[in-house]
Write a protein that binds this ligand. Structure first.
Ligand SMILES: *Cc1c(COP(=O)(O)O)cnc(C)c1O
Length: 374
């Protein structure tokens, strides 16, 4: 099997998605499966759909286009406000986009008219995390202007918390979103299909006793893929946290002094070395690095510790035996390590379906986005 590789267990992703879909359905909340961490990998997208997610979403139009090319059948939402330079691609491939700028929506309208399509718009509202969103006081004005635009349909409103400042979704800000939905409907005499309350940071709020109000959708990525909520990174009961495993190969193994020797200046990544002296250690080098993973985001097997990584070498120390040259070490990953591993062309993506394991060729190649630059 190729190394390094990311093994992707579709059965575990299916289990996680279907648990979340079922639990949130009890609250009247539909799930949008967010594919961006897997670069819109078709097998993962189809698995989420089989497990009952209502819509799929991604932040990159490139990923939505590749899922479409591979025949993934689902309504697809672009969850980052479209670039003006990409509006034609957005209306061609995405059914819906999350929006915060009226000028973008005007350009989506013009692009949609050109190809005779109707594009759905969800207006994002800023409720405290200070990333994307229309300020609540401006919302009615933007709704009014959106409703006038040809080939645009206002699907609903949404918010995104926790990503920038870690602001928690709670009873107060969720009630504020519900109240805004009511206000829009009363003011314009319309019905909003979608009130999208947030991302995996909303899992605790959503599964608590508090009534969901008008919120009828969540956009979930990390909780489906890694089985944890994202405010405190606690595992969600009954979900798998090990659907992804990173495997790397040993290219050097030796007993070395842990204490560096010589004059200490900056490392490859600008840090100043502060190695502790633990005497002689059983040190191995794995053929993987910061170009492929975030070393802080890896969980090593018992008895092995990640010490450092440069762009292409990762150093581990083993407590018991020297790792054999050519042997493999398997790690669990957090979201940051997963993002990098999925995006690195050097990490093979290997799909596990039940007992069968198959290499996924499309994503072993450099990410298609870069093709036209070569
Ligand atoms: C990334 C993202 C999500 C999904 O976030 P997770 O933490 O992976 O669930 C949802 N909504 C928006 C706008 C996003 O950018």
């Amino acid at each position: 099997m190729p190394a390094p590789r990311l093994e992707i267990d579709l059965a575990k992703i299916h289990h996680n998605a279907s648990q979340l879909v079922t639990q949130f359905a009890l609250q009247g909340i539909s799930i949008t499966g967010v594919c961006k961490a897997t670069l819109g990998l078709t097998e993962v997208a189809n698995t989420m759909c089989d497990a009952g997610v209502r819509f799929l979403a991604d932040s990159h139009i490139e990923n939505i286009e590749s899922m479409r090319r591979d025949g993934v059948r689902a309504e697809m939402t672009l969850i980052r406000s479209p670039m003006l330079s990409q509006v034609a691609r957005v209306v061609a491939s995405a059914d819906v986009s999350l929006n915060t700028e009226i000028e973008v929506i005007q350009r989506l309208s013009a692009a949609a008219q050109k190809i005779d399509r109707v594009h759905g718009v969800v207006l994002m509202v800023e409720l405290g995390d200070r990333r994307e969103g229309i300020m609540p006081d401006d919302l009615l004005m933007v709704v009014g202007e959106t409703l006038r635009l040809p080939n645009i349909v206002l699907k609903g409103i949404g918010t995104n918390l926790a990503c920038r400042n870690g602001i928690s979704p709670d009873v107060k800000n969720m009630a504020e979103l519900s109240a805004l939905a009511d206000l829009i409907e009363a003011t314009f005499e319309i019905k909003l299909d979608l009130v999208s309350g947030g991302n995996s940071a909303n899992v605790d709020w959503g599964l608590s006793e508090s009534p969901p109000g008008r919120i009828n959708n969540l956009r979930l990525g990390e909780s489906i893929l890694l089985g944890c909520e994202t405010l405190h990174r606690q595992p969600i009961p009954d979900l798998f946290t090990d659907a992804f495993t990173l495997v790397a190969e040993v290219i050097e193994s030796n007993i070395k002094p842990s204490k560096p020797e010589g004059v200490c200046a900056q490392t490859a990544f600008g840090e100043v070395g502060v190695a502790l002296d633990c005497g002689l250690v059983m040190q191995s080098i794995l053929a993987i690095g910061r170009q492929d993973i975030d070393p802080e985001g890896l969980v090593a097997p018992t008895g092995i510790e990640v010490m450092a990584a440069s762009s292409d070498h990762m150093i581990v120390v083993s407590e018991t035996d020297c790792l054999a040259l050519g042997s493999e070490v398997a790690f669990q990953l957090n979201y940051s390590a997963l993002l990098l591993a999925m995006t690195s062309p050097f990490v093979a993506k290997v799909i596990k379906k039940g007992q069968t394991v198959s290499a996924c060729s499309a994503h072993n190649k450099p990410y298609p986005l870069y093709k036209h630059l070569i």
